[in-house]
Design a protein around this ligand. Sequence first.
Ligand SMILES: NC(=O)C1=CN([C@@H]2O[C@H](COP(=O)(O)OP(=O)(O)OC[C@H]3O[C@@H](n4cnc5c(N)ncnc54)[C@H](O)[C@@H]3O)[C@@H](O)[C@H]2O)C=CC1
Ligand SMILES: CC(C)CC(=O)C(=O)O
Ligand SMILES: [Mg+2]
Length: 359
Amino acid sequence: MKKIAVLAGDGIGPEVMAEAIKVLDVAQKRFGFALEYRQADVGGIAIDHHGEALPKSTLAACEAADAILFGSVGGPKWEGLPPAQQPERAALLPLRKHFDLFCNFRPARVFEPLAAACPLRADIVGRGFDILVVRELTSGIYFGQPKGREGSGADERAWDTKVYRRSEIERIAHMAFQAARRRRRKLTSVDKANVLTSMVFWREIVRDVARSYPDVELNHIYIDNATMQLVRDPHQFDVLLCGNMFGDIISDEAAMLTGSMGMLASASLNGGSFGLFEPAGGSAPDIAGKNVANPLAQILSAALMLRYSLGEEEAARAIEGAVEQVLANNIRTRDIAAAGHAPVSTQGMGDAVAVALES
Ligand SMILES: NC(=O)C1=CN([C@@H]2O[C@H](COP(=O)(O)OP(=O)(O)OC[C@H]3O[C@@H](n4cnc5c(N)ncnc54)[C@H](O)[C@@H]3O)[C@@H](O)[C@H]2O)C=CC1
Ligand SMILES: CC(C)CC(=O)C(=O)O
Ligand SMILES: [Mg+2]
């Protein structure tokens, strides 16, 4: 029996999480494995219930688990809190750091039936794309010290620090090269080495690591060009290796190319089998509580959990296949709805994937 810490969080988190659990329940029956879920509060809801975004009991549930299935945190209700107490900074970032989840995989591919939901011209998306964004997740400017704010009036100032250690770049680069080896053997490292000293360092180290992977083609690209190339011709990319902030930004762009923010799953790994699995998007306050959110990113994140943390590759593939089948049957939530087809609800989409997985 594998233990899963289920942290649904805020906004659409609980709605899409319910559908992922529904699908996981079917997967257990069909593939004969057993999961024990332990639900715990995180983020804004945890502030409301326990006075802190990452209560000790939640951390303990995660420590006792084989994997964490995470929804999303944050929202307008908690934006007025001091920055260090807000859900994103007080729960999600510390969780990533605590478990040393330095490697974030965000796979973005266009499911063929969804090509029309991609905002790119048909001739561009028609070439298809299948990109893996590999994002460094526990360092860089989101974590670097010092951070601060002082002064007043026109002299008031605020600062963050972007710092990378050699070992941090080496380990994420190894993960990215190894991933490229399992794919089309092409790695594009994204940086801003024309301006930032930390990125000159990044580029040098990626080049050093590349010597161990002569079978993988490496090229370097500046982040501004990368964001442009991604919409000009996403087909050119295989693995995109990014630092923390650039990976955050470019993966939202990649998500939309797949049709919607609600499509992009992610796996945050510690280099071993432990991981946290969550949609790349956030708590979507604009649609929360309306039963319209797309649960596929959460469902596909559950599939990644089966693959990376639980060794259930067959079940992971079956869930991905069920998603593809549902899309091919024109079953769509509002964000990816096809012309002439009424959208289904969040629950309707979860039901459809569950049924497709059963058969
Ligand atoms: N991992 C996490 O917990 C993350 C949390 N956040 C937090 O979420 C809150 C909202 O952030 P935003 O910048 O608005 O980003 P967001 O990703 O929540 O939403 C951006 C847009 O994408 C749409 N969207 C996102 N997920 C969707 C889904 N499953 N189905 C359909 N549409 C979907 C939203 O409706 C919205 O229009 C903020 O508090 C932010 O800090 C943001 C990103 C990640
Ligand atoms: C708190 C943020 C860094 C979350 C986010 O936007 C992400 O991980 O994509
Ligand atoms: Mg993000």
